[in-house]
Design a protein around this ligand. Structure first.
Ligand SMILES: [Zn+2]
Length: 117
């Protein structure tokens, strides 16, 4: 596939361009390989990323999802909501981090290492 931002060839089904880091068309790859998976968000996370993941899955506002989850938790007497959150936190896979997060540590430690030879 081609990145619409920098026009470079990038790996199929990647969510972010490996050259410029631009986010690729929402769910374009996921639709090709079936329904998108419900995952915890690694980028939009207040506690465990469950609400952010739900928001991404339903294309909803993460704030709205958090308000709904909070209201359901309060309305259900807390135990159900908190248990659901913890269960989701354990079961749901964590979405892969964004590209720039992966590359940010690529140059870390590449300081002036003197060769002892
Ligand atoms: Zn690009």
């Amino acid at each position: 596939m081609i990145c619409p931002n920098c026009k470079k060839e990038i790996a199929e089904n990647s969510n972010f361009c490996s050259s410029c880091g631009a986010r690729q068309a929402e769910g374009a790859a996921a639709r090709r390989f079936g329904p998108k998976r419900l995952m915890r968000s690694s980028t939009d996370s207040k506690i465990g990323g469950v609400c952010g993941g739900l928001a991404e899955y339903f294309d909803a506002d993460p704030g709205i999802v958090r308000i709904l989850v909070t209201l359901i938790t309060i309305a259900s007497g807390f135990v159900f909501g908190i248990l659901s959150y913890v269960v989701a936190w354990i079961i749901l896979p964590l979405a892969p981090p964004q590209f720039y997060a992966e590359t940010s540590h690529g140059t870390v430690g590449a300081g002036p290492v003197a060769s002892s030879h």
